[in-house]
Design a protein around this ligand. Structure first.
Ligand SMILES: Cc1cc2nc3c(=O)[nH]c(=O)nc-3n(C[C@H](O)[C@H](O)[C@H](O)COP(=O)(O)O)c2cc1C
Length: 351
């Protein structure tokens, strides 16, 4: 077995019969090339087509806002009403034509949604302002119920579009994560329990997608930077979070380690996915600076993850997987500085 063969083993989500042809995921990436109101454009189709042609086993779609009140960026993709379903169906079809699986990432920006985009003040678990952000107001209990329903509707549309799975964006300091963060969530009602909202969203999504579609949940422990102290979760709290969400219906963890999936957490040398393994037997996808095929294969071989989610590497080279499989790793384009950011100007540097 070549040392890269591990990349090309099948991946199974822990539910349903769909098996990804390899263990490489295209991580969710917001690229801001949708129409102004968040619909799929030819550019977006080509972007996903190239990565599917390039051999990735599974594509996790860009964060898609489930609610107009949760939009994060201009020209970001949406799934907040039924008019969005046909566009996602086209993307699913493109992925399937090339043998890739596809699922959406359901998103609400919460306090991170700019008021200039929303036309009004953003919302969060409690009144809160991010370090450079504008103050958000606390959601009412009724509004919270509405947002849970909006996540469920986004999931229903994903299934109607033919998605192979659905992912909840519970990471990176956006709304679902804002509820989990004790430094933000100071509520005194039932939603003040940091896992109540993540679990309610998970249950609602599980209820609409049925028993056979895998439900992925992306989380991160630190909100902004790896060394940030702004989400002082303890291992016990992580365990409680994982156990609760598993009971609510999560099948696969998508663990976001920001820029470094090889650093220890909670003051130890133990990597975050290895902490997760202590508390959950579910498959783990890990994201964070897995760059070369050799590094990624080593990470999988060492048992830190069952799947690897690549982001910037797939921006700069849509053919990363095919090149790795063909023994042409040396031809994979390297990430050079911030060049990949040209994507926001409408280039596709990986084409
Ligand atoms: C352009 C860009 C857009 C991103 N958009 C999202 C997103 O929509 N949802 C999400 O969960 N993570 C998003 N991320 C984070 C990536 O999925 C990934 O976790 C992170 O970039 C680390 O992986 P990498 O080192 O392979 O780039 C984005 C990253 C980049 C570079």
């Amino acid at each position: 077995m070549s040392n890269l063969d591990v990349l090309f083993e099948p991946f199974s989500f822990g539910r349903g019969h769909k098996i990804a042809k390899n263990r490489i995921f295209m991580g969710p990436m917001t690229i801001n090339q949708a129409t102004e109101d968040g619909h799929i454009t030819p550019w977006v189709k080509d972007w996903y087509r190239r990565r599917a042609e390039g051999g990735v086993g599974t594509i996790i779609g860009a964060a898609a806002f489930v609610s107009q009140n949760g939009r994060g960026w201009p020209n970001a993709l949406g799934i907040s009403d039924d008019s969005f379903t046909p566009g996602w169906a086209e993307i699913v079809q493109i992925a399937h034509e090339h043998g890739s699986l596809f699922g959406t990432q359901l998103f609400h920006g919460g306090a991170a949604s700019p008021s200039s985009l929303l036309g009004h003040q953003a919302v969060s678990a409690s009144e809160w302002a991010d370090k450079d952000g504008e103050p958000a107001r606390a959601l009412s209990a009724t509004e919270i119920e509405t947002i849970i329903e909006e996540f469920a509707n986004g999931a229903r549309r994903s299934v109607e579009a033919g998605c192979d799975f659905v992912e909840i964006h519970g990471a990176h300091g956006y709304l679902v994560h804002q509820f989990w963060r004790r430094d933000i969530n100071h509520r005194t009602d039932e939603w003040g329990d940091p896992v109540a909202f993540p679990a309610a969203v998970t249950r609602a999504v599980r209820a609409v997608i049925g028993d056979s579609i895998p439900l992925l949940y992306r989380f991160s422990v630190h909100a902004d930077v790896p060394d940030g102290t702004n989400n002082p979760v303890t291992p016990d709290e992580l365990q409680h979070f994982l156990v609760t969400l598993e009971a609510a219906g999560v099948d696969t963890w998508d663990i976001s380690c920001f820029r470094d999936s090889r650093r220890g957490y909670f003051g130890s040398d133990v990597l975050l996915p290895d902490w997760v393994r202590q508390f959950s037997t579910k498959p783990r996808i890990v994201a964070g600076n897995l760059v070369t095929p050799a590094d990624t294969a080593e990470y999988l071989t060492d048992g830190h993850a069952e799947g690897a989610a690549l982001a910037k590497s797939l921006i700069v080279d849509a053919n990363w997987v095919n090149k790795a499989r063909q023994g042409k790793s040396a031809e994979i384009r390297a990430i050079e500085g911030d060049q990949w950011m040209s994507i926001f100007q409408g280039n596709d540097p990986g084409a």
